[in-house]
Design a binder for this molecule. Structure first.
Ligand SMILES: *Cc1c(COP(=O)(O)O)cnc(C)c1O
Length: 365
């Protein structure tokens, strides 16, 4: 079965083998070597001042960030993950402002600025870089830049779980950048990542908050290449292998090619791209036939893609582009979708999906 869901993503053989070595204790020089290597590589990848690795799924890092950096966040909600920030604020009885959008739409920076000008108590913005519910790329760079012009001390918290390792991220106006192991890093779920600006580091120093997710305690330990609590050792060893095998610039380039070639290919089948501004991490198609298409793809062509959640449960399907994906697999997927449409009597097969994919992939490249 080809796993083409936007997380978890398939784990390459070499990473699986690295993680299969005998267990290392986390309080040893040997493990600290892996930890230090990952710290250096992550800081280089995100281009920020410092980084934390936490034993939790991505949501743990979202919760830790809200607790540490927010008193009244402005939460941008264009899907399940934006809504999660709101739910975390609610869970802590924290005042918040919610900007609720259609799942295919990112709010304009003007709208965000108007809200900030009217409410001086808003001290932070929480937003996804890619809102995975609908495959939407938010206008993060614009929003962050304009918000900082209004209030230089506003904390910009970005959930980049499906953007880290997908595209080069401009972190110049971002204070907190959240990542997760199970998406573009091609690792098992269970580790989250938080990139930190120097402003965020000052705030951590002042805000000694929480216990398990106390970022001040974590930072103190992680700067010594260890963790406050037991490290997710296996995942960190896997991450070290990722950095060994991954040519990051090449991955950015190929992900973009694959993503655009897939979009163009599916458009040639008269399928409709759902988000107004698609992220590179996944292609999201709006189709009333989504459940049937997914079923035929799985049963007949051994391809597992994702459907939607909540209100979009049966009306979209999502194809992953994160990680290192052989081009023949990406081609197989678009071809299988074309065959599926034929199978369902929606559109007659003429081989255009493969043709358009290849033309776009090699024309762009
Ligand atoms: C996958 C994902 C998460 C992570 O959620 P967990 O299940 O806690 O790992 C968060 N935000 C986005 C945008 C995601 O795609």
């Amino acid at each position: 079965m080809l796993l083409f869901t936007p997380g978890p993503t398939p784990i390459p053989e070499s990473i699986r083998q690295a993680m299969a070595m005998p267990t290392l204790h986390h309080r040893t020089k040997e493990f600290e070597g892996y930890f230090e290597f990952c710290r250096i590589k992550l800081i280089e990848l995100i281009g920020m001042q410092d980084v934390l690795m936490l034993a939790s799924s991505g949501s743990g890092a979202m919760e830790a960030s809200i607790r540490t950096f927010c008193k009244k966040p402005l939460c941008i909600n264009s899907g399940k993950f934006g809504e999660r920030f709101v739910n975390i604020a609610k869970a802590y009885n924290m005042p918040y402002v919610e900007v609720l959008n259609d799942w295919d739409t990112s709010p304009s920076s003007n709208l965000i600025c108007d809200i900030l000008k009217k409410d001086n108590n808003i001290d932070s913005i929480c937003i996804q870089m890619c809102e995975s519910s609908g495959g939407l790329r938010h206008n993060v760079e614009d929003i962050a830049k304009s918000a900082k012009e209004i209030n230089k001390d506003i904390v910009i918290i970005v959930d980049a779980i499906t953007a880290l390792g997908v595209e080069e991220i401009d972190t110049s106006n971002i204070d907190v950048l959240i990542g997760g192991s199970q998406k573009a890093f091609m690792l098992p779920p269970g580790m989250s990542i938080i990139g930190l600006s120097s402003f965020a580091l000052d705030l951590i120093d002042r805000n000694d908050i929480g216990f398990y997710f106390n970022l001040k305690t974590e930072l103190k330990n992680q700067r010594k290449n260890t963790t406050a609590w037991t490290s997710p050792t296996t995942i960190i060893i896997g991450l070290a292998k990722y950095f060994e095998i991954a040519n990051i610039q090449q991955i950015y380039k190929e992900t973009k090619l694959r993503s655009i070639a897939t979009q163009e290919s599916l458009k040639s089948l008269d399928l409709k791209i759902y988000p107004k501004k698609p992220a590179l991490a996944m292609t999201t198609i709006y189709s009333e036939h989504s459940p049937k298409i997914r079923k035929v793809l799985k049963d007949k062509f051994d391809v597992n893609i994702a459907g939607g959640q909540d209100r979009l449960k049966d009306s979209i399907f999502r194809i992953n582009h994160m990680g290192i994906i052989p081009i023949n697999e990406a081609l197989w997927v678009v071809n299988a979708i074309e065959l599926t449409l034929d199978d369902l009597g929606i559109r007659k097969f003429d081989g255009i999906a493969n043709k358009v994919f290849l033309e776009n992939y090699y024309k762009q490249g």
